[in-house]
Design a protein around this ligand. Sequence first.
Ligand code: C2O
Ligand code: CU
Ligand code: CU
Length: 530
Amino acid sequence: MKAAEPTPGEQPGAARPGLTRRGVLAVAAGGLIAGTVVTLSGWTPLPKPILAPSGGGTRSPLPIPPLAEPEVAHDGTRIFSLTAQTGESRIHPGGPTPSWGYNGAFAGPTLRAAEGDRVRIVVRNELPETTTVHWHGMKLPAQYDGGPHQPIAPGEEWVAEWEVEQPAATCWYHPHTHGTTEAQVGRGLMGLFILQDELSEWSGLPVDYGVDDVPVLVTDRSFNADGSFAERERTAFGLLGDTLLVNGALSPTFEVTRQLTRLRLLNGSSARTYHFVVQGASMTLIGTEAGLLPGPAPINSVTLTPGERAEVLIELEPGQTAMLQSVPHSLGLLQSTSRAAGADDRFDVLELRAAASFDGPALAVAELSMLAAALPPPFETPDVTRSMVLTNNRINGATMEMSRVDQVVTLGARERWVVDNQHHLPHNLHIHNARFMIVSVGGEPPRDFERGWKDTVYVPPGRPVVIDVEFGRSSDPEWPYMFHCHWLMHHDMGMMGQFVVIDDTQEPPTAISTPAVRAANTAGGKHGAH
Ligand code: C2O
Ligand code: CU
Ligand code: CU
């Protein structure tokens, strides 16, 4: 099916009252919560912003995930520890919310490392079920990728170790199990992994974590009356929540104390897409998922589909207030479809409230020097061109099979992938161990907020996306990497394939036979066997 609305951008007139499927839940403030729970609706285009009925005093401060303090070994290796655990979060007035987190009850600490650092991450699983931890956006040896081939059974520990081989970027980490990713991420398992480099440190970009360098993890959830997460209400694309959580909080506000604030936006939702705008201040794009732009680029808005990130700067004067919102946008879909991806909704995300006077350096966007190396032009003659056809939960006609090798990439090859969504639903494509530049979308140049290094790209139906891909420096014929749709229900339903990277001395494998595959085979499990 062809796209019904090929034009991207906001549709301010999209409100159509009367299409309510379920009413908008409005919960009065409870004892634990200093504000009102305000809800989104997956099906109802709301006529006005729903998170800020009055502005002002009802907002709670934006929680900042703690910055993980690594232990530094004699050889300089930075050692982080993450424990995946169960807990209870105080989010909803109905009662405590059973939730999952790393080193805490919900989400995880922010990890930070610099290009050239050696990192070791010790992951302990104290959950009642098997999990994995994948480093989304990271180029690293496949055996540490943390996908379905690196399961961590309850009570066990898994250690990943690599040298950071890429420049500054906002990566993140989350479970990547075969079939239970949506549920595990939905309970709270996610965190940021910030990479730094020297060029960007010298540029003047804000780097004071939690002060002017601010993580903004945006997710949506629904709640049962007792405060627990409602996990069964799903659309064709997975869980679409009616309540927005920003770093795990409802209706938060952030107190700005510097002229420039850097927001690291992550769409950690399962199915909801966001189109971010800022009311009351200008927004400047400085980075996309997999890296910084060479220089700041003024933008009006940025769309993020599940798994995508963007770094933006907001410049405020003392005493000024601005609002980060998500507004209706076109995904190039039929109207009914875009409603179920949340694309018709309008709501406040984060209030930015500048203090009466600033304490830090007064630096303006215009004073920043070069942030990153120049972006490369498209490959003149790609070494390989691959076609990825997306259909109903399939890539090139197949669903995920852990023992199957779908693609073999030669180390250092300049690969062009043509990703064609031939389905009427929204899908995106994320590639592990890689970053890419968008060459074109439906034959047109990418939108302004997509012109940078990416690792996840939205693929509108009927408009093939051409990307030039740069893979990491590791090769290994035994352990595969994944490429997949990041709508997490599609991910769980097997809309995923595997590739290995080999150098020219290594033989392309005919099958994958990791311990996880062998265990599934001996158990007679459905995952590894043909
Ligand atoms: Cu964020 Cu393969 O995933
Ligand atoms: Cu990934
Ligand atoms: Cu999909």
